[in-house]
Write a protein that binds this ligand. Structure first.
Ligand code: URA
Ligand code: SF4
Length: 226
């Protein structure tokens, strides 16, 4: 698979332009069986960006991320953590739905490393346009995409982490004002925080405990906003 990079127009300045280009992505084989590309959505000046795994069945049909049951949990948790719900952007590590057909049912399949790697250029392009302050990675797949295969969400969830070295490229930095004379300095684009995926709350034996843990992690992200 060639990966997504060659499908990203370098002159695409806005999220809308990226989204339009992503409809034609064939960077890996997942475009073949899925209905459509599900690109990120939300506030283009969002200070917090949430990265999930991949679109689910409902997202695949609607063409929008986090419109199903996991999305409902996430939105409630965002609200309970005190993050302004209108000021977030939601996206996924992989932008096509991967599934296995069982009869007529489409059963979610976790994306492989090849899909995560192939699709990562879209994520990096989103960050470069959005320039968020905090990136929240939801679950193991998103964590693998940004923190590498050895990162363990269970061990490091809820910790504010520096922007990962793997992503320290010029386009991952923002220019931030250092004083009121207009002088600017380079700063890492964002800090990163990993937490569980909202669908793990739905699968948990004790959903209340799992949900409270998600909210506690998101409160750390909320406090990190300048
Ligand atoms: N789960 C995800 O990771 N992303 C979605 O968009 C929906 C469910
Ligand atoms: Fe392109 Fe990502 Fe879809 Fe693969 S999953 S075809 S890389 S948008």
């Amino acid at each position: 698979a060639p990966g997504a990079q060659e499908f990203i127009p370098p002159q695409a300045d806005t999220i809308d332009q990226l989204r339009a280009a992503a409809t034609g992505c064939r960077g890996c084989e997942l475009y073949r069986d899925a209905s459509q590309t599900v690109f990120g959505r939300g506030d283009e000046s969002a200070r917090v960006v949430f990265v999930g795994e991949q679109p689910g069945d409902m997202e695949d049909q609607k063409g929008l991320p986090f419109v199903g049951p996991a999305g409902r949990v996430l939105r409630r948790a965002v609200d309970d953590a005190g993050i302004e719900p209108g000021h977030i952007y939601l996206t996924n590590a992989v932008k096509h739905f991967r599934f296995e057909l069982r009869g007529k049912r489409r059963i979610h399949q976790t994306p492989d490393r090849v899909h995560i790697t192939a699709c990562r250029p879209w994520l990096v392009a989103e960050f470069a346009r959005l320039r968020p302050e905090v990136v929240v990675v939801l679950g193991a797949t998103a964590a693998k995409a940004l923190l590498g295969p050895t990162f363990r969400v269970t061990r490091q969830r809820g910790e504010l982490l520096p922007w990962p070295a793997a992503a320290q490229r010029p386009e991952d930095f923002i220019r931030v004002p250092v004083d009121n004379t207009g002088k600017v300095a380079d700063a890492p684009a964002a800090r990163l925080l990993a937490t569980i995926h909202p669908s793990a709350v739905l699968r948990a034996d004790n959903q209340d405990v799992a949900y409270d843990g998600l909210v506690a992690d998101l409160k750390v992200a909320a406090r990190a906003l300048r």
